[in-house]
Write a protein that binds this ligand. Structure first.
Ligand code: NIG
Length: 385
């Protein structure tokens, strides 16, 4: 079944040759993009949608979330807004609730959060384990995640569980736990931060994961300067996420690497951290991604549009730079050439806005602009009347 979406006032493709088109059209055939071009030269298709001059862009690629969880941390958030600092220790509250939930509860929660994201234009989602922290709970988190999202990351090294010995836990997370979870995941990640895992512990887990064929990601430089970025670049991680507190040498290391700096501005706002130095990173030549970090503790939003608006209004990115980071940048952070770009052969993930241009994402911050979403060619959110 092929569908022509035509009369697009603007179409952001992220393809270097196609660029951003005006008066454009696109054909989705099955789960792939079949054709992109001018609305006056469209091929024949089975069905046709008139976009009425609205703007289209690739679906958001949210390359950093933590959606396999149970419980609620509203009180912690309220206390933080009243002046308490954010610390890694809050993770343990969600670990306790997650362990107490059954599989159906975890699955239902994940499904609801994914549906919430898709309704806002997100069509490729990564999520992590990391609220189980026992072999059994990490495996079931990974198994449930693999049922419902595109990319799954093992984050057994999220926190040393309360009461556990750190060395013994690192041995478990880089040994038996990793072996059991590996069949369900493509990636491994470590929270390399004061209060979580130090450089040596992080390196041990990451090296063990690489030896088992997993791709690497790192949570680094979130709450203060640290070794996370350096370690990620040294180990050729696909992405180092947060990057809130960077030295000049961190920026230079990222600029000279293929490791994507994934920025999570909703998290920085929600934890009262400074916003990451996106401008410095781009100007130095680094590749950046924007992601929500949706989780119940440090960033409880699934809104990529909020991240884009924040990146433009407060982090000094241009609108095209922010949109690219939230689509193509996320795809690069996940090493996925098939998403984040609209050209013949890529996945048919299309997001239409109820606005004549994508600039409205920052021009009208906070306004729900998603008008229609196709996910792998299927209408995940049909056009609104
Ligand atoms: O990316 N930094 C570590 N992990 C999450 C926080 C999880 C939590 O507080 O529950 C993050 O911010």
């Amino acid at each position: 079944m092929s569908v022509l979406v035509t009369n697009l006032g603007e179409l952001t493709t992220n393809d270097p040759e196609l660029g951003t088109l005006t008066d454009a059209a696109i054909v989705l055939d099955g789960d792939r993009v079949a054709w992109v071009g001018h609305a006056r030269k469209v091929p024949a298709t089975d069905t046709r949608v008139d976009a009425g001059g609205r703007a289209g862009l690739p679906g958001w690629v949210d390359s950093h979330t933590h959606l396999v969880f149970a419980g609620d941390r509203t009180a912690e958030f309220g206390a933080r807004m009243a002046g308490q600092p954010y610390t890694a220790g809050g993770i343990a509250v969600t670990v306790e609730a997650t362990r107490a939930a059954d599989d159906d509860q975890l699955r239902a929660g994940l499904r609801a959060h994914v549906a919430e994201a898709v309704a806002q234009g997100t069509t490729c989602i990564e999520t992590k384990t990391g609220y189980g922290l026992t072999v059994e709970d990490e495996v079931r988190s990974a198994r449930i995640a693999a049922e419902l999202v595109d990319e799954v990351t093992y984050l057994g090294a999220h926190l040393v569980p309360p009461g556990a010995d750190a060395d013994e836990y690192v041995a478990l997370a880089s040994g038996e736990m990793l072996d059991e979870v590996a069949p369900y995941v493509r990636w491994a990640d470590v929270f390399c931060e004061t209060g979580a895992f130090d450089e040596a512990q992080s390196r041990q887990v990451l090296r063990a994961a690489a030896a088992r064929g997993l791709g690497l990601r790192v949570h680094g430089n979130q709450l203060g300067p640290g070794p996370g970025v350096r370690l990620a670049v040294e180990l050729n991680a696909a992405s180092v996420d947060h990057c809130t507190h960077l030295t000049e040498s961190d920026v230079d290391a990222l600029a000279g690497s293929t490791t994507v700096a994934t920025l999570l501005p909703a998290c920085d706002l929600s934890t009262r951290q400074p916003l990451p130095p996106a401008r410095r990173l781009l100007d130095a030549g680094a590749t950046i991604a924007l992601a929500t970090n949706c989780n119940p503790g440090s960033s409880y939003t699934s809104s990529m549009a909020f991240c884009v608006a924040t990146a433009v209004l407060q982090m000094r990115l241009s609108v095209p730079e922010a949109i690219r980071a939230a689509t193509l940048g996320g795809a690069q952070a996940l090493r996925r050439p098939d998403v984040g770009v609209l050209r013949p052969g890529t996945r048919a993930d299309l997001h239409l806005l109820d606005a004549p241009s994508a600039t409205h994402l920052a021009y009208r911050p906070g306004v729900p602009l998603t008008w229609a979403v196709w996910h792998s060619g299927s209408p995940a959110r049909p056009p609104r009347e």
